[in-house]
Design a protein around this ligand. Sequence first.
Ligand SMILES: [Zn+2]
Length: 66
Amino acid sequence: MKFLYAWLLTSYVNCNQITVYVCDSKSATKYHYRSNCRGLSNCKHRIISMPLEKAMKDRTLCKWEQ
Ligand SMILES: [Zn+2]
């Protein structure tokens, strides 16, 4: 029973994980909720997705989406 609970909790957390989009450039300091955001249209590099949690460590939310 304990095991099942742990499994349910884990899948709940995974489902809640928010994916954001960032420009794969060293100078990019923003993350975006939408991959087609106007803030990302300036990106000359690849656009990559990552969990919000990871993006928040060294980036801030794009000014267009606040
Ligand atoms: Zn944006």
